[in-house]
Design a protein around this ligand. Sequence first.
Ligand SMILES: [Zn+2]
Length: 408
Amino acid sequence: MTVNRMQDDYHEPIIHRAGWVIVDPWTIYPNGYVRVEDGSIQEIGQGTPAGGDEVKDYGKGVIFPALVNAHAHLELCALKDRIITHKGFGFWVKDLIEKRALLDHDTLREASEIGIREMLASRCGAVGEISSLGLTLEPVRKSGLAGVWFRESLGDHVSNTEKWESRSSDLQISLSGHAPHTTSPEVLVKIKNRTRERNAPFSIHLAESDEEMSFLTTAQGPWKDFLLSRGIDPKSWGLPVESPVRHLHAIGILDNQTILVHMLQTDQTDLNIIHESGAHVCLCPRSNHALHGRLPNLDGMIQAGLKLCLGTDSLASVSSLSMLDEMAFVSKSFPMAAPERIFDMATLGGAAALGLDDRMGTLVPGKQARLAYLDIQATKASEVLEALVNFSNTDTMPFQPNPKTIIK
Ligand SMILES: [Zn+2]
């Protein structure tokens, strides 16, 4: 079974059944089934459904809602294994910019199609794609993935407004700002206001690197020199500020349609501000580990009641775009995080962040039948999610703290 709207082929009712069916992280049916008609879930239950509809039996494993990768850069797939990650964030950024400039747009676009196939194969049904060059809209659209395609603005100009689509479309177009240390407050507010007018999600990288933290809180240092070398003058940005989160709060960016990506550098005040704002937090722990040698304060975020989701980030910093790999890494790295919580982040949490929770994220009647199947081994319900969030057999090294390497 794949997640890619396979049910579009079936206008007649069809029953999908398996050893287990996950309705939501807290509701798991043994010997479960999902009745689907015209791509929508009609009924879900356990045992043998009444009626003579066609039945597809997948085996002893588990049917579950397609995963949601809330933060990816498919446009960077061609850079897989080409960017040096272990010399610190500043080096990585420069390496990425230089090596990407050597690749033509066709190469970048073709590689993104391979990345999309990897996503689909790893049971992903929706993506929050961040596009800085504008190359990936058609590949994502063609793939049938749901989600949001964000056109990213960087520096001191606003990217062209793309044709906006209605909220009923499964792939919405919106805008994102790169980050508060690369993009002026004026531009960020302008973009956020445009997305507000459209009732669309807005995404931004936040509180990720030491370079960002140091620059925003001192208005000095190597990052300032880097910006100036790229023709961006930050003198009117209102810096220094107390923290990246307080900065976005002060300029009015935080609300329940904002997705804050990374969040490695937060204190309790920041977490409280985010909670009050209703903003979503998207964590990309494998990328954080590779680039920064550290992980976000997931336990503190759970305790603060934040709305959490997961993303893979790009192949310029991680080895796969698999949400199965991301969940497995989270499971190994955060032993205090329950499998239910991790699975919720990878499904309903992501769907909510991307404005899709009315149609994805759980298997309930009325939602889309974006179903996934994995051949896990479980003898009781409590083992199902444990097996699922640890399913990946690649890239699941537990987090090992290592010294930070920062290029000054
Ligand atoms: Zn990113």
